[in-house]
Write a protein that binds this ligand. Structure first.
Ligand SMILES: [Zn+2]
Ligand SMILES: [Zn+2]
Length: 360
């Protein structure tokens, strides 16, 4: 038996045969990046390989001078005899599962993924493989998403009510992915969209990449307060409790996150409304995705790795957990306090790092 095709080491998920890393957490020479969230696309690598639609956001987040090669879904790249290709993960715009093939053996690294079509990201496509390295951020049966179109309808109804009562609507969601998804489904007959600076920057980067997004105004001191009364303000979770948010008073505050499925989460986030909307697969979605790969082995990265790997083993998979430094997008970009919320539920969160990754 030779070495496994992919291994977890100090720097990340390493392919010894091809001499590259996937989503490394320490600087390396060759980094293959599943998507531009900050826990997967870190600073300091010599060379980056990512999907075309991640290009401008990566440059905005990591610097315009990064050495970046981009590819289309399905395109095959060779590195030292190892074939690499990207396949849609449906998580955010430009997100990919990375397929690695060497001497007939196929491994797939999921990155983050969801199975529902959000209207913006290229929808998830299952990829056949022998070993699947999967996230399981929401790998507990309590996580069962409702039809996202109903959530978008709830958001619009809530916004309409606030606007009719002369109250601004402030909604939080992480800046890359969730913010655009919220925006994409808003009913613009109600009012205008206003963006926090971080989200406006991300919006502009995506537009430079050719993505069409709804018209929205960057919030500056010049925007008159009256305009906010019928508007919807989209901000990252980090804006909550900051002096920045006071300018919208009176306002109603809503929070969009998969964690809102947990009892107590809305109260903890001091939100008037919690909308359960996630860019990760729920329990059923994870199982469906894993089954669709036809794999024998599953390696679980961030989320409820211990309990979920036990469950998969009972179902006949050769499943085990891996320790990684992923989880920043749900843990900090999407939600500021998930660990406390989870502890309250007696849950566990995988990974060993919860460092703040939100970009300014
Ligand atoms: Zn992510
Ligand atoms: Zn992640």
């Amino acid at each position: 038996m030779g070495k496994p095709l992919l291994q977890f080491n100090d720097c990340g998920i390493y392919c010894a045969a091809g001499n590259f890393y996937i989503d490394p957490w320490k600087p390396v020479d060759d980094a293959v990046i599943t998507h531009a969230h900050s826990d997967h696309a870190r600073w300091g690598n010599k060379r980056y390989l990512a999907h075309h639609l991640s290009r401008e956001v990566l440059k905005y987040r990591l610097g315009t001078d990064i050495q970046l090669q981009t590819v289309e879904y399905g395109e095959r790249i060779q590195k030292n005899g190892v074939t690499i290709s990207f396949h849609p993960a449906g998580h955010i715009i430009g997100s990919a599962q990375v397929r690695v093939e060497h001497k007939g053996e196929v491994w797939v690294v999921s990155g983050d993924y969801k199975l529902e079509d959000d209207g913006l990201s290229t929808p998830f496509e299952p990829v056949k493989c022998h070993t699947f390295i999967s996230e399981c951020t929401f790998g507990m049966p309590v996580y069962k998403w409702k039809d996202p179109s109903l959530v978008h309808q709830d958001i619009n109804d809530w916004w309409r009510l606030n606007a009719s009562e002369g109250r601004a609507t402030v909604i939080a969601g992480y800046s890359l992915g969730k913010a655009q998804r919220i925006m994409h489904h808003l009913d613009l007959s109600i009012g205008n969209i206003f963006l926090h600076g971080v989200i406006a920057n991300t919006h502009e980067a995506l537009e430079r990449n050719g993505i069409k997004l709804p018209a929205a105004t960057r919030i500056t001191p010049e925007v008159s307060k009256d305009e906010f009364k019928t508007g919807i303000i989209i901000c990252p979770p980090s804006a909550l409790g900051s002096p920045w948010i006071k300018r919208f008073q009176p306002f109603a505050f809503g929070y969009c996150s998969g964690w809102m499925a947990l009892r107590g989460a809305k109260r903890r986030m001091a939100a008037d409304r919690g909308f359960v909307l996630s860019d990760h697969a729920d329990w059923d979605g994870l199982i469906k995705a894993i089954d669709a790969t036809g794999c024998e082995c599953v390696c679980l990265t961030h989320g409820y790795t211990a309990s979920f790997s036990r469950y998969l083993s009972e179902r006949g998979y050769n499943a085990h957990e891996a320790h990684t430094y992923y989880g920043g997008d749900e843990a900090t970009e999407e939600d500021e306090l998930p660990v406390e919320v989870l502890n309250e539920q007696g849950g566990v969160i995988g990974g060993t790092s919860n460092e703040s990754e939100e970009v300014l």
